[in-house]
Ligand binder design. Structure first.
Ligand code: ASP
Ligand code: MG
Length: 420
């Protein structure tokens, strides 16, 4: 039993869907579950649609039309017969959204978000399943909302593992015995059968949940990069592909902001010791990266860059020490404003953190901190995290930079710096 996951980029047009279909047909897995994201940038478009509906800015039907056109164009290319039932099937999904848009947006925004944004995955999988059937591949479309059971914390729903395992083991196994099953990433359902989502980019996590509950032999995430790279090529010239990575290192890299896989993905796999392959759907002959329980002897350095950082330094007004109770007070203020700390350092009289420069959130946070503390801040900074650092890599990265903060543990070094 294997699980494949295809992200938005791998199903963004007719050609890539045909490529994906070929990969599925060529697979030698004796049983296969395929988890798919929304096509291309559909989730972003659906987010704009939700915003337009909630803010009543008059744009919602326009945005929906664009989303529909995009999907119909792809379908027209995939299906020679424009009377194919999939056209109706997809139209019905869009009609439900049209009904919703005609009402007033009175429900809670996060609930509305999930009802609208989830259709990206519903529609993509309907198209892909129908296409595979049309070229003679026996596949079944399955609704992930019946399997991934969650609470009703809309937009960031928490998985109910007991119910999810039960549903998957009771019902999905049978389907997989009959044929390849195509289902959605990112979405789930509450016990009352309302649709929820698991957080942006959550399809990797969905695939890991399915893999764990099915005791899969492996999960393969097909991407547009050859595997896990040791840095984002956008910020780094000499990237290298990492052939093998331990679960531990994968979690650390995702935690510090490597965008290769959703941070929640590893834990369910690690718990069941299921290897995760990250492979290229462009050059599917190359082996890519395997993430498993093996600990590498001498791993080479990986780099994670975060731009647009703000360094916030906090000083007690009365020159009292930064100790446990002031730290707990400071953290509760960060928590309240939902500002995530990317790195931190304290001294006797100051506590410094680096956070993403999100104008509004950070400004309101600073305003509240200022009620009790002296606060200084510095914007336009760059945070680099080096896993398995050495002096040479640090020197190379900090050339022509002013270092504002440096934190080191045995394996990880974080440097907050400014261009000179
Ligand atoms: N379609 C969702 C998103 O773009 C989930 C995913 O792609 O993983 O966030
Ligand atoms: Mg994606």
């Amino acid at each position: 039993m294997e699980v494949y996951k295809f992200g938005g980029a791998s199903v963004c047009d007719a050609k890539s869907i045909q490529n994906m279909a070929e990969l599925i047909i060529k697979s030698d897995a004796n049983q296969l579950l395929v988890v798919v994201s929304a096509m291309g940038k559909t989730t972003n478009a659906l987010e704009s649609l939700t915003h337009a509906f909630i803010s009543n800015n008059g744009e919602s039907f326009n945005i929906l039309e664009q989303i529909k056109t995009y999907h119909y164009d792809v379908m027209n290319e995939l299906f020679a017969d424009h009377q194919h039932p999939v056209f109706n099937d997809v139209a019905n999904v869009f009609v439900e959204i049209e009904w919703l848009l005609e009402e007033e947006a009175i429900d809670a925004p996060d609930y509305i978000y999930d009802q609208i944004v989830s259709i990206g995955e519903v529609v993509s999988t309907k198209i892909i399943a129908a296409y595979l059937q049309s070229i003679g591949k026996n596949v079944i479309w399955a609704d992930a909302r019946n399997y991934i059971k969650t609470d009703n914390n809309y937009r960031e729903a928490i998985v109910d593992w007991e119910k999810t395992t039960q549903e998957i083991q009771r019902h999905l196994f049978h389907l997989l015995e009959k044929s390849v099953v195509i289902t959605q990433g990112f979405i789930g359902g509450t016990s009352e059968n309302f649709t929820t989502t698991l957080g942006r980019e959550g399809s990797d996590y969905s695939a890991a949940i399915f893999s764990a509950c099915l005791n899969a032999t492996s999960l393969t995430i097909w991407k547009d990069v050859p595997g896990v790279l040791n840095a984002d090529p956008k910020w780094f010239e000499h990237t290298q592909m990492i052939p093998q990575l331990s679960y531990h290192d994968a979690i650390e890299l995702a935690y510090y902001g490597a965008t290769i896989i959703h941070p929640k993905t590893i834990k369910p796999l690690q718990n069941k010791n299921i290897p995760l392959y990250v492979r290229s759907f462009v050059s599917c002959g190359s082996p890519g990266t395997v993430i498993n329980g093996q600990v590498t002897e001498s791993p080479f350095p990986s780099f994670i860059f975060k731009m647009n950082q703000v360094l916030i330094s906090i000083f007690p007004k009365d020159y009292s020490f930064i100790i446990e109770d002031s730290l707990s007070d400071i953290f509760s203020i960060f928590h309240k404003h939902k500002v995530k700390v990317n790195t931190m350092l304290n001294s006797a009289l100051s506590f410094s953190v680096s956070v993403d420069q999100n104008e509004q959130k950070v400004l309101t946070l600073i305003a509240e901190l200022k009620e009790k503390y002296h606060v200084k801040y510095n914007t336009g900074l760059e945070l680099v995290t080096i896993r398995y650092y050495n002096q040479e890599t640090i020197s190379r990265l900090t050339e022509n930079k002013q270092i504002l903060l440096e934190v080191k543990s045995r394996n990880t070094c974080q440097i907050l710096m400014k261009s000179l």
